[in-house]
Design a protein around this ligand. Structure first.
Ligand SMILES: *[C@@H]1O[C@H](CO)[C@@H](O)[C@H](O)[C@H]1NC(C)=O
Ligand SMILES: *[C@@H]1O[C@H](CO)[C@@H](O)[C@H](O)[C@H]1NC(C)=O
Length: 312
């Protein structure tokens, strides 16, 4: 959008082009919070880094490049797990731990899946299928015998051979652990259960007997916690509605609405919310908006600075 704007302006007057090039680089430098990470849409309480989203989530959530694209991840004491989807209406997210097996790719899991207790994330509606266990795993109280048919289904996947097992392995080496719980360390301790790997399933789809159509992953419920009052939630709704991204100031964690124009307010990004801003922020914003107000001497001095800096 910014580029289209630049083009029409360029034909209008060359010095305006220089100016717009200058402010867009300024704006890019100050827009620290983003509303997407890769293909994942981000809203409160998620953020792309410190100062963005909720301070309760910042220690655990990050947006980093995996080499080809940006990926949102959840960090725990065991590993960093890719977050593949977030449902805001139900306050749930889905992780795809790299150590998890699926019908197309099975492997032993050298590390345990783990979450940290006392964080805003808890396992919900996920079925763990423990694979390649030393018999007799069935005797363990964690196994739910009524779900044994899931073991039979997943053992039809040809990739079981990558677990070092024969095709259609013995049923007593598999166990469905549901509802799943983590141990005192917050881990699914495969070593203690003497299992080589695990598959985790968040949905069986329409075909409980067809493991190629199951949805694999780990579902977590997230909560804002008691600290994040309705007050912040309603401020944040207003901010997001006005096109802003919710964040917080450091130190103190005071609520901030981070606006696309490169400025922050304590309210929202509409003009009504601007009464908290410094003059400079307002000039940047109004000048880059489609209804251009006549530039003041103050802004022209920045245009000059832009021209000068573009010469070097
Ligand atoms: C706006 O807030 C974000 C997040 O706290 C911060 O990183 C950024 O520096 C702030 N920008 C300005 C112009 O104060
Ligand atoms: C990076 O993430 C994208 C999107 O999640 C995924 O499609 C791609 O395979 C990942 N690449 C690597 C190298 O992990």
């Amino acid at each position: 959008m910014m580029e289209a704007k630049q083009k029409t302006m360029a034909s209008a007057h060359p010095s305006i082009l220089l100016f717009l090039v200058f402010i867009s680089s300024t704006v890019a430098g100050t827009t620290t919070c983003r509303d997407t990470c890769g293909s994942t849409q981000l809203k409160y309480p998620f953020g792309t880094g410190p100062g963005c989203g909720s301070p309760l989530f910042t220690p655990y959530i990050s947006c980093t490049s995996n080499g080809t694209s940006d990926q949102l991840t959840l960090k725990t004491h065991t590993a960093s797990y890719p977050i593949t989807s977030i449902s805001y209406p139900t306050s749930t997210l889905t992780l795809t731990p790299p150590t998890m097996s699926t019908c197309t790719s099975m492997h032993t899991s050298p590390t345990n899946f783990g979450l940290d207790w006392a964080t805003p994330f808890q396992i919900t509606s996920t079925t763990f299928i423990l694979l390649s266990c030393q018999p007799p795993i069935k005797a363990t109280p964690i196994c739910d015998p009524s779900l044994d048919y899931l073991c039979a289904s997943i053992y039809t996947c040809p990739s079981v051979v990558s677990l070092g097992m024969p095709l259609f392995p013995p049923a007593n080496t598999c166990c469905v652990y549901s509802p799943a719980n983590l141990d005192a360390k917050g881990e699914l301790d495969l070593q203690a259960m003497k299992c080589g790997g695990y598959a985790s399933v968040v949905s069986l789809g329409d075909t409980p007997t067809d493991p190629t159509h199951w949805v694999y992953g780990v579902n977590l419920k997230f909560s804002y916690g008691a600290l994040q009052s309705n007050y912040v939630t309603s401020k944040c709704n207003t901010c997001e509605y006005s096109g802003g991204i919710c964040g917080y100031a450091t130190p103190g964690d005071a609520f901030l609405c981070v606006c696309k124009g490169g400025y922050n307010t304590s309210l929202d990004c509409s003009n009504n919310g601007f009464n908290q801003n410094q003059l400079q922020d307002y000039l940047w914003d109004s000048f880059s908006s489609p209804t251009m107000s006549p530039p003041s001497g103050y802004v022209w001095s920045f245009i000059l600075a832009g021209i000068v800096s573009s010469l070097f």
